[in-house]
Write a protein that binds this ligand. Structure first.
Ligand code: ZN
Length: 389
C-alpha cells in the first residue's frame, strides 16, 4: 500500500467522526490511540476540564533530544446552513478530490502524519518527532494551550514546530495576532420623553464603536506596514451589536463585540487599552453624572498571538529545504503557530490543501496534496535520522 492510500484510509476514518468544536472529540482520540497502539507508539492525553475533549501528545524516537513537532487540530467548523452534495462526515472521492468536513482543515494533515508513523518507528530517529493533536482550535486556539504550557517547563524543548494548516505545502512564516472583546454598556432606563434623565446605553456604545472605527482608519492611514500581508496593516472592527427594546424606552443595556488583528509591529494590547481608556476617561464620567451605577465593562472573548518567524531562522530554512521551495509567505488566518512561537519554539505553518476550500460546503483536499505532504514527512524523517534531506 502506498503512503497516499494509507493516508486516504486514515482520512476516511477521521472524517467519519463528527468533531465539530462544540462536540466531544474523545471517540476520534480513542481511534488514534488504538492506531498508535498497533504501531507500538506511546501517547498521552492532556484533557480539558469537562473530560469530553482531549489533546494527544505523541513522541516517536528518543524523547531526551530536541526534535520536531507536527501540530494539528481535531475539531472542525459546523456544517449547519451549508449545502453539501454528500454527507459531510463521510469521505467521498470525486475526480481526485476527497470531499468531507475537515478534509483540508485539517484532518488531511493529521492523516498524513499518522500514515507516516510506521515509517517513523522503523527508522533510527536521532531526533524525535512529536505529534501535538489538539481540540477547540476553531474557537480561538483553546485546547493546545495546556499542551504548550507543559512544553514550557519540559527539560528539553523541541527544536521547532510545523503547524499543518492548509498552505498547499508553502512555507508560511507569519500571521496576524488577534484579540476579540465583548463590551457591555450599562445605562439607566426611563421613558424616552424624559431622555436626559436616563443614560442611553446604545448611544454610548455607538460612541465607543466610532472610536474603534477612528482607530482603524488611523492604522490604515499611518500605521506600520508589512507588505507580505494582503491587508498590510493592523485592522479593527465591530462585528455584532445588540441593544434596546422599543423606541419609547431609553435603553439601559447594550453589548457589542469588536476585534483587532495586528501585524507584529503593532502592540495589540495597547490598542485594546486605548479603547478602554476612552471608555473610562471620556464616556463613563458623563454616564455616572446621571447614574452612578452606569458603566462600561470589557471582557476578553478570544485571541491568539501573532506569528512572525524571522526569515533567517533555522526552522524556516529547514521547512524550505524539506518542501523544495525558496519562497515564504504570510497569511490572513490565525493558527496555533503563534502560541508555539510565543512559548519559545520556532514555528512555521505548512500543510496540504488550500485554505480556499476550508470552512465551506463540499470542503475537499486533492489526493496529490496528501502525496506532497507525505514526501515532506519522508524528508523530515531523513533529517531526524541525521541524513541530509
Ligand atoms: Zn484549521
Amino acid at each position: 500500500m502506498t503512503d497516499v492510500q494509507r493516508s486516504i484510509e486514515i482520512l476516511e476514518a477521521l472524517v467519519g467522526f463528527d468533531t465539530t468544536s462544540h462536540k466531544a472529540n474523545l471517540p476520534l482520540i480513542g481511534w488514534i490511540e488504538s492506531y498508535l497502539d498497533r504501531c507500538g507508539v506511546a501517547h498521552e492525553r492532556i484533557p480539558d476540564r469537562s473530560g469530553a475533549k482531549s489533546n494527544l501528545w505523541v513522541t516517536i524516537g528518543r524523547p531526551g533530544t530536541p526534535g520536531y513537532i507536527l501540530s494539528g487540530h481535531t475539531d472542525v467548523v459546523p456544517v449547519d446552513g451549508q449545502s453539501w452534495s454528500s454527507d459531510p462526515f463521510r469521505l467521498t472521492q470525486r475526480d481526485g478530490r476527497l470531499v468531507g468536513r475537515g478534509a483540508t482543515d485539517m484532518k488531511g494533515f493529521l492523516a498524513c502524519c499518522l500514515a507516516a508513523v510506521p515509517a517513523m518507528t522503523a527508522r533510527p530517529l536521532a531526533q524525535p518527532i512529536h505529534l501535538a493533536i489538539s481540540y477547540d482550535e476553531e474557537i480561538g486556539c483553546v485546547g493546545v494551550r495546556d499542551m504548550i504550557a507543559r512544553l514550557k517547563t519540559a527539560p528539553v524543548k523541541p527544536a521547532g514546530c510545523f503547524v499543518g494548516e492548509p498552505t498547499q505545502m508553502g512555507v508560511v512564516v507569519g500571521h496576524k495576532g488577534k484579540r476579540s472583546i465583548i463590551v457591555t454598556v450599562r445605562g439607566q432606563t426611563c421613558h424616552s420623553s424624559l431622555a436626559p434623565q436616563g443614560v442611553n446605553a446604545v448611544e454610548y456604545a455607538a460612541r465607543l464603536i466610532v472610536k474603534i472605527r477612528d482607530m482603524a482608519e488611523r492604522l490604515a492611514r499611518e500605521g506600520p506596514r508589512d507588505p507580505l500581508y494582503d491587508v498590510p496593516y493592523t485592522t479593527g472592527h465591530t462585528g455584532v451589536v445588540n441593544g434596546g427594546t422599543a423606541l419609547n424606552i431609553v435603553p439601559d443595556s447594550c453589548w457589542f463585540e469588536f476585534e483587532f488583528r495586528s501585524i507584529a509591529a503593532d502592540d495589540i494590547d495597547a490598542l485594546v487599552d486605548e479603547v478602554a481608556a476612552y471608555a473610562r476617561e471620556e464616556l463613563e464620567p458623563a454616564m455616572r453624572a446621571v447614574s452612578p451605577q452606569a458603566g462600561i465593562a470589557f471582557e476578553d472573548k478570544s485571541g491568539f498571538p501573532g506569528l512572525d518567524t524571522p526569515e533567517a531562522d533555522g526552522i524556516v530554512r529547514l521547512a524550505k529545504e524539506l518542501a523544495g521551495t525558496s519562497r515564504h509567505a504570510k497569511v490572513a488566518y490565525g493558527t496555533e503557530a503563534g502560541l508555539f512561537s510565543a512559548a519559545g519554539i520556532p514555528s512555521v505553518v505548512i500543510g496540504p490543501g488550500s485554505i480556499e476550500q476550508a470552512h465551506k460546503a463540499d470542503e475537499f483536499i486533492a489526493a496529490s496534496e496528501l502525496a506532497r505532504c507525505g514526501a515532506f514527512l519522508d524528508k523530515l524523517m531523513a533529517q531526524c535520522c541525521g541524513a541530509s534531506p
